[in-house]
Design a protein around this ligand. Structure first.
Ligand code: NAD
Ligand code: IPM
Ligand code: MN
Length: 354
């Protein structure tokens, strides 16, 4: 049972240290090996996803990732940017199914910027396709072209999905809905984009195979609005890479903070990469104040999906519930009357609860 640990950049190493301590405390016999991904890898090797990391990620059973990126790498050529390392590992390991559960722990009802009654009891799962769409479509680029009789720069990206790519992610979502409240909302923009018309057609074709799941469709702009108007109407939402990126950040605020939203990125055999949904938070990096709970909850997802250790996963999730009930809060979820703690102290509290 080998875990490839990729702390990454910014707050990555700070939050990862806490998740690793939690895994060690469980004493389940994991072998953990750390490697470079992102900006730290660019600085050390010139490559955001170096060969040594590729080898380790491919041979490990699971990958645990902090976050990558930061302003100091934003002016590099695109192939050398930290984000390209993350996209590269997702694509290489064929991690097409990104599960982002947005659950509101009752203690955090007041931490959300939405009214407590709108978010109380919230439990939705966003299933985001992760290896296709406009993120990977060719052709892409910025070029000089002659347009309207004038030489000018021209930027272009290509959105595309094949039938098989759409089918496999929709099946993951139907199966997930089947194990939950049996409601699946497929989010698209079929009124404008052909790719997503195909998406909707395929969802409708698959629906008869899942008669126990109630399938609905929603246009992405409406979905963005409905998520803040009445998020509890949703059970499972499924959508493409780009819409899923945006909607999952939006959904994170329903849970109190983006520092609470874990994720699992899975291939067809549940080999997975587990990471918080947030980024490297350059504005608070190095200060020891970042919320490590999304990363700790991502480690719990790893126990569940890759290692089939449901009991250990629940143990970690219960420890997180307990520290919240005890009133421990990092700055992002702090409210008067609770105890403000830093990253390390939050990790200490989770360990004590375990
Ligand atoms: P971000 O998610 O890093 O930060 C957005 C805001 O949320 C910031 O104010 C930050 O302080 C706060 N925040 C995020 N995580 C937090 C945590 N655990 N605890 C407390 N507060 C937290 O998004 P951004 O600022 O748009 O991006 C910063 C960098 O991260 C960029 O380089 C971006 O490309 C990268 N990024 C990486 C990933 C990833 O590695 N999976 C995801 C998103 C963004
Ligand atoms: C995420 C991030 C990444 C994405 C970036 C950093 C490439 O925003 O994991 O949500 O857009 O997928
Ligand atoms: Mn994102």
């Amino acid at each position: 049972m080998k875990i490839c640990v990729l702390p990454g950049d910014g707050i990555g190493p700070e939050i990862m240290a806490e998740a690793v301590r939690v895994l060690e405390a469980l004493n389940l016999g994991f072998e953990m090996e750390t490697a470079l991904l992102g900006g730290c890898a660019v600085d050390a090797t010139g490559n955001p996803y170096p060969e040594a990391t590729q080898k380790l990620a491919q041979e490990a059973d699971a990958v645990l990732l902090g976050a990558v990126g930061g302003p100091q790498w934003d002016t590099l050529p695109r192939e050398q940017r930290p984000e390209r390392g993350l996209l590269g590992i997702r694509k290489q390991l064929n991690l097409f199914a990104n599960l982002r559960p947005a659950i509101l722990y009752p203690e955090l009802a007041n931490a959300s910027t939405l009214k407590p009654e709108v978010v109380a009891g919230l439990d939705i799962l966003i299933v985001r396709e992760l290896t296709g769409d406009i993120y990977f479509g060719q052709p892409r680029g910025i070029e000089e072209r002659e347009i309207d009789g004038q030489k000018q720069r021209f930027g272009f990206n290509t959105m595309h999905y094949s039938e098989s790519e759409i089918r496999r992610i929709l099946r993951v979502a139907f199966e997930a809905a089947r194990k939950r409240n049996k409601k699946l909302c497929s989010v698209d923009k079929m009124n404008v984009l052909e790719t997503t018309q195909l998406w909707r057609d395929i969802a409708n074709e698959l629906a008869p195979e899942y008669p126990d799941v109630e399938l609905s469709h929603m246009l992405v702009d409406n979905a963005a609005m409905q998520l803040v108007r009445n998020p509890k109407q949703f059970d499972v939402m499924v959508t493409g890479n780009m819409f899923g990126d945006i909607l999952s950040d939006e959904a994170s605020m329903l849970t109190g903070s983006i520092g609470m939203l874990p994720s699992a990125s899975l291939d067809a055999n549940n080999k997975g990469l587990y990471e918080p949904s947030h980024g490297s938070a350059p504005d608070i990096a190095g200060k020891g104040v970042a919320n490590p709970l999304a990363t700790i909850l991502s480690a719990a997802m790893m126990l569940r999906y890759t290692f089939n250790m449901e009991e250990a996963a629940v143990k970690v999730e219960n420890a997180v519930k307990k520290v919240l009930a005890q009133g421990y809060r990092t700055g992002d979820i702090y409210e008067p009357g609770t105890t403000k703690v830093g990253t390390r102290q939050m990790g200490d509290a989770v360990l004590a609860a375990l």
